[in-house]
Design a protein around this ligand. Structure first.
Ligand code: C5P
Length: 282
């Protein structure tokens, strides 16, 4: 009997993102705070047949070829374990190119599903090192918890005593942002502030949503506005819908507004056009 194992792959938002500088290898050093949210893809695996099969639903949501992060994760996994051919079903709901980490979370989901289905006994450290080879924000999903990330984003420090869940409204423009383009347009800050994140975490531990809203940060916004000017309007619409604050997540083009309560989030989501999701950090 072929038993299928299915796991959720949550999106993430960057509640705080500062760029400390450009590195000799072309990447940028970051300090960022990321939280998983309740918008999820899902992935299931079962050993079957003679070759791997990836079925993406809906088919147009992501390429099903070898560049798919799920198949890249499977190739990484085969460098440390013997894995039979798998049939993989990937149900996509997280918009791609939105700064929500969908592809990265799917890669982590593949490893967790294969681990459970095939009893591989993978540790978090195994997941982290396999995922770090796939993308800069990918290792975060080895933990699945609220975390501070540094380096390219691949050095993950789960934060003890995660804050209370935040109610967010995501607004995802139809046009995606390509991450390399946004970093290329980033203009170095004259006053990088590596310790600003400590103040942010302190504010986040409190209850005052307006104060938390003022402390949210994304240093990539000016670069993203230069590439995708409509994003200013998306942030404005979130604020005008009554939310405490609005920021872009990651390199965009997804943006989120912080609601003071679930009811405020529902009201705001109803007032907004386009691809809008009401979510909670988890
Ligand atoms: O690691 P990932 O494939 O997600 O990064 C895509 C691109 O984004 C990199 O090739 C690089 O141009 C840029 N990037 C960066 N600094 C980071 C993360 C990504 O410059 N910390």
């Amino acid at each position: 009997m072929h038993r299928r194992v299915k796991v959720d792959c949550p999106a993430k938002v960057n509640l705080y993102l500062d760029v400390l500088g450009k590195r000799p290898d072309g990447y940028h050093d970051l300090v960022t705070v990321m939280a998983p949210v309740s918008l999820c893809d899902s992935i299931s695996v079962e050993p079957v047949g003679r070759r791997d099969e990836l079925i993406v639903d809906p088919a147009e949501a992501a390429p099903a070829g070898p560049q798919n992060t799920v198949l890249r994760a499977l190739r990484q996994l085969r460098t440390i374990r013997k894995i039979p051919p798998l049939r993989i079903r990937l149900a996509k709901r997280i918009p791609p190119g939105a700064g929500l980490g969908g592809g990265s979370s799917d890669a982590a989901g593949l490893l967790r599903a294969a681990d459970r289905r095939l009893s591989l006994g993978l540790s978090i450290a195994d997941l982290e090192s396999l995922l770090a080879k796939i993308g800069s924000d990918t290792a975060f999903f080895a933990h699945g918890t609220f975390a501070l990330c540094t380096g390219r984003g691949e050095r993950v420090f789960p934060v003890a005593g995660a804050p209370r869940p935040l109610d967010l409204v995501l607004a995802c423009p139809a046009r995606p942002n390509p991450t390399p383009e946004i970093f290329r347009r980033f203009k170095r800050s004259l006053t990088p502030d590596p310790s600003g994140v400590i103040f942010f975490l302190k504010v986040l531990a409190g209850e005052d949503k307006d104060r938390i809203g003022r402390a949210l940060r994304n240093a990539l916004e000016p670069a993203a506005f230069a590439y995708h000017p409509e994003l200013r309007g998306v942030l404005r619409a979130l604020r005008e819908a009554g939310l405490a604050a609005a920021r872009m997540t990651g390199s965009g083009s997804g943006c989120y507004g912080l609601a003071r309560s679930p009811a405020e989030g529902r009201r705001a989501a109803r007032r907004l056009d386009g691809r809008v999701f009401q979510v909670r950090t988890t």
